[in-house]
Design a protein around this ligand. Structure first.
Ligand SMILES: Cc1cc2nc3c(=O)[nH]c(=O)nc-3n(C[C@H](O)[C@H](O)[C@H](O)COP(=O)(O)O)c2cc1C
Length: 190
């Protein structure tokens, strides 16, 4: 079995069940010396190559991924009592993929991406808002280009686990591990 088809199915079911923000996932990265950090990001797509999210490449996660290009992620769909976990190497998505997503974002989100040196301190909220307005002025009357420091990443899972709540806490855990040319399937104890 391929985890991506099952992810399609579970994602559609989460949407149909009215799960708020089904695309929100926790993404864990680690510094080269092994200190983990975790934050929410949005899962923006997946296919046989992996799972894609977008961020600032000069952020903390960007720096950690540059030094240690591996990550783990978790999606939790509380309305269905389901969790999906995955981990593996991470690489940059192609520029054309970042561009394709960038142009779908509202102008305000694009301006915020330009204005924010994500994860770095700034003197005040006012300074941030001033920078935001300066970006809107600078690009007035024309589209905001894709920032050179912003784009997609793709996590290519070595394994994916599908967890489902069951009565009596005898939950169901299906682990799919990448094997040459396919996926090994195992049931894990809950
Ligand atoms: C539900 C939710 C979704 C988020 N999605 C994204 C996202 O897709 N990309 C992103 O860069 N930050 C996103 N954020 C903000 C991140 O959690 C985080 O604050 C930011 O990326 C900086 O993380 P870092 O300092 O570890 O790099 C999201 C936050 C929440 C609560």
């Amino acid at each position: 079995m391929d985890p991506f088809g099952r992810l399609d199915e579970w994602y559609r079911e989460a949407e149909a069940a009215g799960q708020p923000q089904p695309e929100a996932m926790a993404l864990a990265t680690a510094s080269p010396d092994g200190m983990p950090s975790v934050r929410m990001v949005l899962l923006k797509g997946w296919d046989a190559r992996g799972l894609t999210f977008f961020t600032n490449r000069e952020s903390r996660k960007g720096a950690e991924l540059a030094a240690n290009p591996r990550a783990a992620l978790t999606l939790h769909w509380s309305t269905l009592g389901r969790q999906v976990r995955a981990a593996g190497p991470v690489s940059w998505a192609a520029r054309r993929e970042s561009l394709a997503y960038w142009v779908t974002r509202p102008r305000e989100s694009q301006a915020a991406a330009w204005a924010s040196e994500q994860s770095w301190p700034i003197a005040s909220r006012e300074e941030l808002e001033r920078r935001y307005r300066a970006i809107l002025d600078r690009f007035a009357g024309r589209p905001l280009p894709l920032p050179p420091f912003w784009g997609g990443y793709r996590l290519r899972p070595d394994w994916v686990e599908f967890w489902e709540h069951r009565p009596n806490r005898l939950h169901h855990r299906l682990l799919l591990t990448r094997r040459r040319g396919g996926w090994r399937e195992e049931i894990l104890q809950p």
